[in-house]
Design a protein around this ligand. Sequence first.
Ligand SMILES: O=C(O)CCC(=O)C(=O)O
Ligand SMILES: [Fe+2]
Length: 204
Amino acid sequence: MNLSHDEFHVAARTLAADGWYVLAHLMHPGQTRALADECAAMHGADALSLARIGAARTVSLLRGDRIHWFSTSTESAAQRAFIDRMNALRIALNHELMLGLVDCESHYAVYPPGTGYARHLDRIHDDDARVVSAVYYLNEAWRESDGGALRLYLDDGSHRNILPQAGRLVLFLSAQFEHEVLPATRNRLSIACWMHQQRMNGRR
Ligand SMILES: O=C(O)CCC(=O)C(=O)O
Ligand SMILES: [Fe+2]
């Protein structure tokens, strides 16, 4: 396992060249397990909310995940460790690519069996803040037969299926890559995260 900053260097270079990258182990397994346990416990206690889409904030049939936004006032030690790690990555990306990423926003997501997220772009049309999308997966021993891949649509018309394996972080440019979450046969746990630039279009 490589948790060194060399890995961030490779991530930055590959993101610049290809627009997407899969990092094998963002955090130590114990930290990932703590996040998975907390996310599963919140789901079990019905403490997650149905996800909503867009400015209208309407619950949509397009996505079936239940979420909890991280916030500094309520965050746990496990969430803090994740945010610290993502901030280190964000600073490395700024350093190497001069992206001007000012912060990240993150939420837990649980997709119950049979639910997914239809093909979409993370850059919302009236908001240019999201630059890099990142998804951190929390599922131990995920098998191909469990379904639940992230399908990333590439510029050449092909696609890649990425399984939501614990420890894996997927990065891609928010404005460039359409993607979808395929339905799974078991609960699919993750943290979705967006790195922001300062908004250019005046919106707050
Ligand atoms: O969980 C994933 O693999 C992707 C989630 C996603 O596309 C989103 O929350 O916008
Ligand atoms: Fe997305």
